[in-house]
Structures are given as C-alpha cells and as structure tokens.
Design a protein around this ligand. Structure first.
Ligand SMILES: *Cc1c(COP(=O)(O)O)cnc(C)c1O
Length: 383
C-alpha cells in the first residue's frame, strides 16, 4: 500500500485531484495533432476565464511562474521605457529584481509587508512621474496573503493613460478578473496555483495589439513571447519541447474548474476554507497579520505565539506528522507562518488542520489559547 501523501496547505505546488494526476499517465508527441489540440483548448479556456476573447491572446511558456513574469516584462517593456512597480512583499520585490537584470529603468512604491498600494497614491505618483509607461502590481501578494485592490489601481492607470501589468499568479482562477474591463495590458499566472494543475508552465494573457508590436524586443531567445505566440499561431506547436504531461494535466484541471462552477465556484470553496481556517485558528489564540478586509481566500499569515517554547521547525514537523504541510512565514519584521487554502482542500481538511495545530501546540507545551504574539498587528503598524 502506498503511504498517503500529506495535504499541501501551500500556495502551489498544491494538492491536485487524482484525475489530474491520472491525466499524466500518457505520452504525447509534441508535434502531434492531439497534443496541439489540447494546447489550443487550454489557451482558449484561459482567455475566456480572463475575459479577454475579443482583445487579448494567451501565450503559454515553459518553466515556473517567474519565467512567465520575466518573459512578459522582457517582451513588452522597451529598453528605455519607465515602469512603476508596486511592492508589498517578496513577489513585488522580485519584479524589481527582474527589471534590474533586464536593465529596464523603474521606480517603486514599497508599502512594506502588510499594507496595500492604494489608487490615490498611485494616481499622485503617476502625475508626478509622467515618464512612467507601465505599472506592475501583484494581485494577491502571496508572501503575506494580502489581496491588493487591483480595480482601483486599474482605474487610475487608465485615467493616466498608463498600461497595467498584473502578476496574478496566485489569484487567477479563484478571483474574478476581466482584462478587458479592468483594463489590463497583460496578466500573468501559472499552471500550479488556483487552477490546480501541476507545475511546469506559466502563461500570459496579453493585449493583442501590444504583443503585435513587440517583435525583436525581448532580451532572451527562449523567453520571447512574441516569437512563442507567432510560432504557435502558425504551427499550433510550442517553440521548443513543451511540458506535455503538464499540459494534459492542466486541461483536466480546467475541466474540473469548470465543473466546480468556474471562478465563482472556486472562490466560494476557497473563501469557505479561509473562513473556517481563520475562525478555528483564532479560537486557538492565533492572530492574523492582516485585518479581515485584506485577507485573501488564498493563503493566510498567522503571527507566531509569544512563547519561548514555540519553535516553527517543531511545529511544522508535528503538523506534517498529522498529514498536513504548512508554509514558513516570509515577513521581515516578525515571526510568522502561513497556511494556504487552495488546492483540493475541503471542510474536512480545514477542520483537521486546526486539530493538528492544537495537538502540535500541546506537544510543544503550550496552553490553549496560545499566548498573543510579541508583536501584534497594531504595534507593527506604529513603527
Ligand atoms: C507563485 C508566485 C509566483 C511565481 O513563483 P514560481 O516559484 O516561479 O512559480 C510569482 N508571483 C506570485 C504572486 C506567486 O504567488
């Protein structure tokens, strides 16, 4: 008998369904019509989920999500064009790092670990910096779990005539978005987040007219999304070896996404998971980093309890032993950990992880409810 895998309460890779895994049990030729048909279906379904059928195209690219972000920035941003990066965590910082590598000029608004960038400050910044041609924002900043207000940011970008690029890696598929309505020039995501596929490729939903003008701009041969798109349009094939099994699994994942009610259905389940998780953890005495208003239905950051006996490594092992993998924190100012609610997780798993947390606390000699964190969200804000 195969030992049961632990549930992954992480922001991807995540726990996938058995049928998604089973879709990988066949070998496909990369030139084969059946495989090309799967790629075309995947792109069409993603375009529909993004509300971009009339205005945008979908271009997949091999690699993890960061490869797709780098491909989008390198393909769409001209060498001397100025960018504003909105940062409030590790993924916003990574966008700045990519632009550094690409030697593209950029400015940033850095809100630290747990504050969202707001429309009015972006508007003020853009009017003071008319040279900015595009704004890049992270939809759900997975390092804290904060849900950034992309609608108000899109609105001020449109008013200022500035393009918007969204890293919606950990949100697309679970949070409603319409690239045409926002509007947004490009949205990036990957196979192993809210659509619940396995890792292996990312994709971008790009305004067609913008991509049409991007020939010869990319710094990288393999990350050139213009060339990837043209090649796919012409031959129906990926340029260079595609992750065939991953694409087959992803098509199955997209069918299951649709069967669950699409974006709305998935949002309902993830929100329910998040509410159950947060309520249960609060009952045990844990505090969330963020106020309820900014909590995403993707992943939640909890502050470590203020007890010298609390040790994350031991906490992690105790919980894993009970069948759940959680995620370390990624904050600069305080100790924390994260628990995700995306993937094949339902009421039962959320309830069981709360019990696992309670057991882990008892085994570490903590009394319940656990003592409050040394730094609370309130005194975090005042420094
Ligand atoms: C997961 C994620 C990425 C991409 O990370 P990879 O490890 O390269 O797949 C980028 N941005 C956000 C917001 C993410 O959650």
């Amino acid at each position: 008998m195969i030992e049961k895998d632990p549930y992954l309460l992480t922001p991807g890779p995540l726990t996938t369904s058995l049928t998604v895994k089973q879709a990988m049990l066949r070998d496909w030729g990369s030139w084969d019509g059946d495989f090309n048909g799967m790629t075309a279906q995947v792109c069409q379904r993603l375009l529909e989920a993004a509300g971009g059928e009339q205005s945008h195209v979908c271009v997949p690219v091999q690699g993890s999500g960061t490869f797709a972000v780098e491909a989008v920035l390198g393909t769409l941003i001209a060498p001397d064009s100025h960018t504003l990066v909105l940062m409030n965590g590790a993924y916003g910082k990574r966008i700045g790092q990519i632009l550094d590598y690409l030697d593209r000029p950029y400015l940033s608004i850095d809100k630290g670990d747990y504050e969202p960038p707001r429309g009015d400050e972006v508007a003020a910044f853009l009017s003071a910096h008319p040279e900015v041609a595009q704004v890049v924002v992270v939809h759900c900043e997975t390092s804290s779990g904060i849900l950034n207000p992309i609608e108000e940011i899109a609105e001020v970008c449109e008013q200022a005539g500035t393009r918007l690029i969204i890293d919606s890696m950990s949100a697309f598929g679970a949070l409603p978005v319409s690239v045409a309505a926002l509007p947004c020039a490009a949205l990036v995501s990957s196979a192993n987040k809210c659509f619940e596929g396995v890792p292996g490729f990312g994709f971008a939903i790009i305004e067609r007219s913008l991509l049409e003008g991007a020939q010869g701009r990319c710094h990288s041969l393999s990350l050139d999304l213009y060339e990837q798109w043209r090649y796919m349009e012409k031959n129906g094939q990926w340029r260079y070896t595609p992750p065939t099994h991953v694409v087959a699994a992803f098509l199955q994942a997209l069918k299951e996404h649709e069967a669950e009610g699409g974006v709305a259905g998935r949002l309902t389940r993830y929100t329910r998971n998040r509410n159950r998780l947060v309520a249960g953890m609060r009952e045990l005495g844990f505090q969330t980093l963020l106020a309820d208003e900014w909590l995403s239905p993707i992943i939640t950051t909890f502050l470590s309890p203020g007890a010298s006996t609390f040790d994350f490594r031991q906490f992690y092992d105790e919980i894993k032993h009970q069948g759940f993998v959680i995620y370390p924190g990624k904050l600069t100012v305080t100790d924390s950990f994260r628990i995700g609610c995306i993937g094949q997780l339902f009421d039962e798993q959320m309830d069981d992880v709360i019990s696992a947390v309670a057991n882990a606390c008892k085994n570490m000699g903590l009394t319940l409810p656990v003592p409050p964190p040394v730094l609370t969200p309130d005194n975090l804000k005042s420094d």
